[in-house]
Write a protein that binds this ligand. Structure first.
Ligand SMILES: Cc1cc2nc3c(=O)[nH]c(=O)nc-3n(C[C@H](O)[C@H](O)[C@H](O)COP(=O)(O)OP(=O)(O)OC[C@H]3O[C@@H](n4cnc5c(N)ncnc54)[C@H](O)[C@@H]3O)c2cc1C
Ligand code: FES
Length: 381
């Protein structure tokens, strides 16, 4: 391709370059639509044809809401143009909902089986959400969302996935809603077929039978596979799974590649056990919440320089949340301090890392999803 042709292609693609897409050509078409319809917004035209089409962002529509337990639902989402259905089991997706005029974003593990036909399969994904006490978006998703709702999506991401080929001995340890990424893995393994030489043990903890997500499916999965053992542990009867009793539940746990997901305290305990045995390399974990250190920060006035927005924040609100509320164009991914997508430069002032308590000063690059303001500060975003 000549330089001028490449330059023209780059220009055409420009408006959609940052949109995650499974085929590079899709972004070329998106960008071309954007260019052709400028100065009018291309989304205005696309939206008229189909609300799931957007030249600038990934969208989806909730097509089904299924109650799983008293406080959890599975949402099936029909995905729009450009959403890569060839994600990996165990990955999560960012989902944004318009509530009271503001887009609110959270991450949820996909519980559906990825399309293994290279993008030609059904364009639906699912997530399973457990309402957290006083949790803003999870409560809304569990009790207030109806089929037909259009949502914004981010491309699937995350490295809590299984290797191919599978190791000979696999262990899954999950608790509560932490079963979700592992459910996607089990469903995907069932669809693909579990190799005869692989031995899988899964221990899932929940308070009791009624509050156990996917209970019947897990029991059926256990019954259907000779080389899979699924143990449901009801903590009100049997107590929690801890480093002290894991040996009696899974005697060969130290020999297994292990994937864990659940509440922070559960993960911390297991992490210590694996570290104590010097086998931390065998452990793969997904955290749903940020482990906050005992951090004190005063908050202050935050200036989002490029967006021209200003917010007054307390010492507990992350700069990402503050920026979003103020209407600044904040980049983000996991919202958990993992992916680095939210990193911006601190032009002036000081911030503190919520996990480590580390103080950051002028000129440093900070992760806004886990940073709080220590006095007035200015961000280059
Ligand atoms: C990679 C990843 C995958 C995930 N997958 C899933 C999944 O599959 N299923 C699932 O259910 N969740 C999942 N989560 C968690 C999910 O992203 C949300 O964090 C969760 O649903 C809570 O969101 P929320 O808006 O309801 O809670 P928020 O409103 O953000 O509140 C979070 C917590 O803070 C507490 N809180 C809120 N306000 C206050 C206050 N003023 N004072 C004190 N405490 C307060 C709430 O009680 C709650 O416990 C995942 C998270 C990540 C990072
Ligand atoms: S959004 Fe992933 S590190 Fe901040």
């Amino acid at each position: 391709m000549s330089n001028s042709l490449r330059g023209f292609k780059d220009w055409l693609e420009g408006p959609a370059r940052d949109v995650a897409s499974e085929h590079p050509r899709i972004n070329l078409v998106r960008g071309a639509v954007a260019r052709l319809t400028t100065p009018l917004l291309p989304d205005d035209y696309l939206h008229l044809v189909n609300p799931l089409w957007s030249a600038r962002e990934l969208r989806g529509r909730i097509v089904n809401v299924r109650k799983e337990t008293d406080d959890s639902v599975t949402l099936t989402i029909k995905t729009g143009w450009g959403f890569a259905s060839t994600y990996e089991a165990g990955q999560y997706v960012g989902i944004g909902l318009l509530i009271d005029g503001r887009w609110t974003w959270r991450s949820y593990s996909l519980t559906s089986v990825p399309d293994m036909g290279h993008g030609r399969g059904p364009r639906e994904v699912s997530i399973t959400v457990k309402a957290m006490a006083e949790g803003f978006l999870s409560s809304h998703l569990v009790t207030g969302v109806t089929p037909g709702t259009v949502v914004r999506l981010q491309a699937p991401a995350g490295d809590f996935t299984l290797p191919d080929p599978l190791p000979p001995k696999v262990l899954f340890l999950t608790a509560g809603s932490g079963i979700t990424p592992v459910m996607a893995m089990l469903r995907t393994l069932a669809r693909r077929g579990i190799p005869a030489g692989t031995d899988i043990v899964a221990v899932h903890s929940a308070p009791d039978a009624d509050s156990t997500l996917f209970r019947e499916e897990l029991e059926a999965f256990d019954a259907a596979h000779d080389n899979v053992r699924i143990l449901l542990r009801y903590t009100r009867e049997s107590g929690r799974l801890t480093p002290d009793n894991i040996g009696s539940v899974v005697p060969d746990w130290t020999e297994r590649q292990t994937w864990i997901c659940g509440p922070g305290a559960f993960l911390n305990d297991l992490e210590k056990a694996w570290e104590g045995r010097g086998i931390a390399r065998n452990l793969h974990q997904e955290r749903f919440t940020v482990e906050r250190a005992d951090v004190s920060a005063s908050g202050g006035e935050v200036v989002f320089a490029k967006s021209g927005k200003i917010a007054e924040v307390d010492g507990a609100t992350t700069l990402l949340e503050a920026g979003e509320r103020a209407g600044a164009a904040m980049p983000f991914g996991c919202r958990m301090g993992i992916c680095q997508t939210c990193v911006v430069q601190l032009i002036d002032g000081q911030t503190r890392d919520l996990r480590s308590g580390q103080l950051h000063t002028e000129g440093e690059r900070i992760q806004t999803c886990i940073a709080v303001a220590v006095g007035d500060c200015t961000l280059d975003v």
